[in-house]
Design a protein around this ligand. Structure first.
Ligand SMILES: [Zn+2]
Length: 250
C-alpha cells in the first residue's frame, strides 16, 4: 500500500467537480491549466480540450459543429447573467443561465456546441438529436463526455434541459452515468454509498475492470490521507462535496 496526502486545494480540482447553485465554484482555475480548443477563442481545461479534439477528429465533425462557449471567468459569467436579465427577463435567465460562481463553464470542463447553421444563438444554440449531432452524442460517452442538463432532471440540476451543453467527467464515469441514467448530482450521491472503508463499487466498462470509492475529507483542514494499492493505476478527483472519488484500474 502507499499513502497520498491531498490538500483542500487538490480536492478543488478534477473531472468530477460538482458546480451548481448549491455548490459554488470552490477555487478559480489557474490560467496555465487552460488551453484553446482547436486553436479557437474558446478555452477549455487541458485534458478536456485534448479529449474533445480527439472526439472531433474521430467523427470528422470539425466543420459541422461550432464551439460556442467554453471556459468563462467570473467577470464573464456576471456579464452574461446581467445581459440575459436585461434582454430576456428573469424567468428565462433563471432557467438557462447559472448564477455567477455557480456555472460549470467556470471549471473549463464544459462546452456549449452548436450545429454550424446560421443564426447561432449564444445562450440556446441548436444541437439536434439527429445527423452529426446524433453521432456526437453516440460517441461522446466513450470519450468521457455527458449531456449535463438532460430533460427530466431539471428539479435535480436546477437548470432547464440544455441539449447543447456537454461536460467532461472522464471514463469510466460517463459510461456508468449513462448505464444508470444518472445526472452528475445523482451519480455523486450514488458514489457516496461506496465509502473508502468499503465495500467499493466494482464494475467492468468497455472490457476494463474498475474499483471506485468515495473518500470523505475528515481532517479539520479539509485534507485527505488516502491509502492505495501500490501497483494499480489510479485517478483521484475532488467533487466539491467535501471529499473525492478514487478510481482504480484493476
Ligand atoms: Zn453551457
Amino acid at each position: 500500500m502507499k499513502t497520498l496526502l491531498l490538500t483542500r486545494s487538490d480536492l478543488n480540482r478534477g473531472s468530477l467537480l460538482l458546480v451548481n447553485a448549491r455548490h459554488p465554484l470552490p477555487e478559480s482555475v489557474a490560467p496555465e491549466r487552460l488551453t484553446p480548443f482547436f486553436g479557437s477563442g474558446v478555452l477549455l481545461e487541458r485534458r478536456t480540450a485534448l479529449v474533445l479534439e480527439n472526439l472531433f477528429t474521430a467523427i470528422g465533425c470539425g466543420a459541422s459543429l461550432i464551439p460556442v462557449s467554453g471556459y468563462r471567468t467570473l467577470a464573464e459569467q456576471k456579464q452574461i447573467y446581467a445581459s440575459s436579465l436585461a434582454e430576456n427577463g428573469e424567468e428565462f435567465t433563471r432557467k438557462y443561465v447559472a448564477l455567477p460562481d455557480c456555472s460549470e463553464h467556470q471549471t473549463g470542463l464544459a462546452i456549449d456546441l452548436a450545429l454550424n447553421r446560421e443564426p447561432i444563438d449564444f445562450i440556446r444554440p441548436s444541437f439536434p438529436e439527429d445527423g452529426i449531432c446524433g453521432l456526437f452524442r453516440e460517441k461522446m460517452i466513450s470519450y468521457g463526455f455527458i449531456e449535463r442538463y438532460p430533460e427530466g432532471k431539471e428539479d435535480i440540476t436546477g437548470i432547464a434541459a440544455e441539449p447543447w451543453h456537454f461536460r467532461y467527467v472522464g471514463l469510466p464515469h460517463a459510461a456508468i452515468m449513462k448505464l444508470h441514467g444518472f445526472c452528475l448530482e445523482e451519480y455523486l450521491d450514488y458514489l457516496s454509498h461506496f465509502p473508502a472503508e468499503g465495500p467499493h463499487l466494482e464494475i467492468t466498462i468497455q472490457n476494463k475492470s474498475f474499483e471506485i470509492f468515495y473518500q470523505k475529507a475528515e481532517a479539520s483542514d479539509g485534507s485527505v490521507l488516502l491509502s492505495l494499492p501500490s501497483t494499480l493505476p489510479f485517478q483521484v478527483s475532488g467533487t466539491n462535496t467535501d471529499g473525492c472519488v478514487v478510481t482504480l484500474w484493476r
